[in-house]
Design a protein around this ligand. Structure first.
Ligand code: CIR
Length: 263
């Protein structure tokens, strides 16, 4: 079976900027510490590189406080890249900033246009489909455009719901392998993963749901021992990465990179 949904030759990250202190957050739990975030970011990049992938790190962009969360700006598939149109007004300009790099890497690059809005955090690519969660940041017009753009490449898009009060669909889930999803119970209860194998985050550890499967590794936020133990028991090769500062801005493992294998 193909493993294109978790085998990648490349990743793009962006270094956090001092303006990260003004990053968006649903609840204020304190100002992120840039030096701690930078150290965690370096660990994250080192883990990606340890799998043999090429990791491109873009320069910090102080004009965009949330620009470290580069996942929200694009969807990168083997066949081509699609520039997103973030639903948060302060993040709209980030999409144009990522486009030149993607045009170097891909011959086919498309863009989501108004009135569509979609952020990468709402998109889960599995081996057989693309799930997109409607959210405060992603609307139907955006998903319809994504569906039309990816259909010629052979993808089918399924619209699902992001739980109320949750930033992105993938805040609550992640792909572990071709058949397996890690999910919070509140999201899995919607039935959206009925034909996948589901591993639930442990009670009280919903914030562990946003991991990434990147080649042979699963990167997960540090501090969730019972979910970690369940994943180890299931046979995954885990790397725990400090996420205390990104978590203050509702960010996790997937937000920090674009992962892809251009054809
Ligand atoms: C935001 O609210 O847009 C950022 N503070 C966090 C974005 C996290 N991105 C992601 O989960 N893909």
């Amino acid at each position: 079976m193909s493993e294109r949904s978790f085998r990648f030759s490349h990743a793009i990250t962006r270094e956090p900027a001092p303006s990260i202190s003004r990053g968006l957050r649903a609840v204020d739990t304190g100002t992120p510490d840039l030096s701690v975030m930078l150290a965690n970011h370096r660990d994250y990049i080192a883990a990606l590189r340890s799998t043999g992938a090429e990791v491109i790190t873009l320069a910090p962009q102080d004009a965009y406080p949330d620009s470290v969360f580069v996942e929200d700006t694009a969807l990168c598939l083997p066949e081509g890249a699609i520039i997103m149109r973030p639903g948060a007004p302060s993040r709209l300009g980030e999409a144009a900033e990522i486009a030149p790099m993607l045009r170097v890497l891909y011959s086919e690059v498309h863009e989501i246009t108004a009135p569509g809005h979609i952020e990468g955090g709402d998109i889960l690519v599995t081996e057989r489909e693309i799930l997109v969660g409607l959210s405060e940041r992603t609307n139907r017009a955006g998903v319809e455009q994504l569906t039309a753009l990816t259909a010629p490449w052979g993808y089918s898009v399924r619209i699902v719901e992001t739980p109320p009060g949750v930033l992105h669909f993938k805040t609550d889930c992640s792909l572990l392998d071709a058949e397996t999803i890690l999910s919070t119970r509140r999201l899995a209860a919607s039935g959206c993963f009925h034909d996948y194998r589901v591993i639930h985050t442990a009670e009280g550890e919903d914030a562990a749901a946003n991991t990434i499967r990147f080649n042979d590794l699963v990167l997960m936020p540090a501090g969730f021992p019972r979910t970690r133990d369940a994943l180890v028991k299931a046979g995954y090769d885990l790397r725990e990465i400090g996420n205390s500062e990104c978590a203050k801005l509702d960010g996790g493992m997937s937000c920090l990179s674009l992962r892809f294998t251009p054809r």
